[in-house]
Design a protein around this ligand. Structure first.
Ligand SMILES: *[C@@H]1O[C@H](CO)[C@@H](O)[C@H](O)[C@H]1NC(C)=O
Ligand SMILES: *[C@@H]1O[C@H](CO)[C@@H](O)[C@H](O)[C@H]1NC(C)=O
Ligand SMILES: *[C@@H]1O[C@H](CO)[C@@H](O)[C@H](O)[C@H]1NC(C)=O
Length: 434
């Protein structure tokens, strides 16, 4: 009896010891299946914010998510304290990744962003349109792993390359909520998907709620829902979005898809289809963006779509209402008992074939502006814009999008008709939102 209780005591202390040693919330060495970043919509700007843990000691750095952004860049000159910061020396792997041979000497006091014999690279603020250059560097970046439903232990990347934003009053201009840089998820060597690995596959699921988190999941999932994805090829643009304005002739890191027509209630809208492909100068086509809050359409496309939309709406029980800025096309149900939601004209972006289309559910196509008034949540992108159709945040919310860079394809699915939403991911075990 004594022996067995001793054994019990022994085994429970072994268990306790194992529990104490087991680093459930610290770094682990085995490679997780997926990594997760929480993403939250900023109520003022409608941009999407995330936190990345960087440096030694590790601190959360608030960043704006730029789906097509070509790098991670952060403000290096206000309180950047880290014992694991290393400038990328000329000719190093990081400089090659950054595709830069420009060497740079800094004459001020050395520190993050200012070192001898380091390389630099352009960085771009897509919100203010400011472009500048900063030191390429590496530091520790830590992300949480996930099983697809809730966050797990953290994984550290010891030499994560990024660009140090210089002291410049404009570079952080207009970034939401005091963000200190941009988390670029684009198709480029310095962007997060390429550096993190995980088959260069990631999922984006944005929540419309400003009090709940959506997610970016790097890796194969499983994701929040078992929803079936529909696939369309991802298209590259050989001209960067900064190119025409700043003479940056690197390939674009943005994600484009091949929209071939637009249908409203199943009826094709007459469009100048040459605007739907990307020309030699990089103009045209359809790009997906997390920094444009509402989809923008080139003027002739916008006019054709809004005309067709109004024709359908007014013949199916709606009346036109006065515009509510920034929207021009607003409607209200005319017939009592018509739930406006299910009856608003359905808008489809038709892709590689008639049977492959991205349908915007009414919560993605419309914006509720008042008592039963709904506005088409799309804006006039102007004549000769760089991109003919830019699919914006409102149209992406509560859609699961999977970007597969190796397979050059986008998987998409609306979650609005299922029980899951982009905020279904369980963050209760993760650090509080700051
Ligand atoms: C690297 O830079 C050169 C010259 O600036 C450019 O032609 C090339 O397309 C760039 N490659 C990548 C992968 O950005
Ligand atoms: C269609 O768009 C292209 C590209 O902007 C333009 O060159 C052409 O004139 C347009 N065609 C018509 C009929 O408007
Ligand atoms: C989220 O995770 C916590 C801790 O693991 C658990 O207690 C809670 O029930 C989970 N919530 C949901 C909605 O799954």
């Amino acid at each position: 009896m004594a022996a067995s209780s001793l054994l019990r005591l022994f085994s429970s202390s072994v268990l306790l010891l194992l529990l104490l040693i087991s680093p459930s919330h610290s770094l682990r060495s085995s490679k997780p299946r997926s990594l997760v970043l929480p993403v939250r919509k900023d109520a003022w700007t409608s941009h999407y914010l995330t936190y990345i843990h960087q440096r030694t000691p590790s601190v959360p750095v608030k960043l704006v998510v730029d789906l097509g952004g070509s790098s991670l860049w952060v403000d290096c000159e206000s309180n950047y304290v880290s014992s694991s910061y290393f400038p990328a020396r000329c000719g190093s792997t990081q400089c090659l990744l950054a595709n830069t041979t420009r060497c740079y000497s800094c004459t001020r006091v050395p520190g993050p962003g200012c070192n001898e014999n380091s390389c630099n690279h352009i960085l771009y603020n897509p919100i203010s349109g400011v472009l500048t250059a900063g030191e390429v560097a590496r530091d520790v970046v830590t992300l949480q792993s996930t099983d697809g439903f809730s966050p797990g232990p953290s994984t550290a990347f010891r030499s994560f390359a990024f660009i140090c934003a210089p002291r410049d009053i404009y570079v952080l201009k207009n970034l939401a909520g005091g963000a200190k840089g941009i988390a670029g998820l684009g198709w480029a060597p310095l962007a997060l998907p390429s550096q993190l690995g995980f088959h260069r596959k990631f999922a984006l699921c944005l929540s419309p709620l400003t009090e709940e988190n959506g997610v970016v999941i790097f890796g194969d999932g499983p994701y929040v829902s078992g929803t079936k994805l529909v696939y369309t090829p991802l298209i590259t643009n050989s001209v960067n979005r900064m190119g025409p304005f700043f003479n940056v002739w690197e390939p674009s890191s943005d994600y484009y898809i091949g929209v071939t027509s637009i249908r409203i209630n199943g009826k094709p809208v007459a469009l100048n289809t040459s605007l739907l492909s990307i020309d030699k100068k990089g103009f045209g086509g359809t790009r997906i963006s997390t920094v444009v809050p509402y989809t923008t359409l080139e003027t002739s496309i916008y006019e054709a779509v809004t005309d067709a939309f109004l024709t359908e709406a007014t013949s199916t029980g709606f009346i036109r209402e006065a515009p509510v800025s920034p929207f021009e096309v607003c409607i209200r149900a005319n017939v009592p008992g018509i739930g406006p939601d299910d009856h608003v004209p359905k808008l489809d972006l038709v892709l590689q074939s008639e049977s492959v289309y991205w349908r915007f559910e009414h919560r993605n196509s419309m914006v509720t502006v008042g008592d039963s008034v709904l506005c088409l949540g799309m804006l006039d992108g102007g004549l000769k814009p760089e991109t003919s159709i830019v699919i914006g945040g409102h149209q992406l919310e509560d859609n699961l999008l999977q970007f597969d860079l190796r397979g050059s394809k986008l998987g998409f699915s609306s979650l609005l008709s299922s029980a899951a939403t982009c905020s279904s991911f369980n963050f209760t075990r993760s650090a509080a939102w700051h």
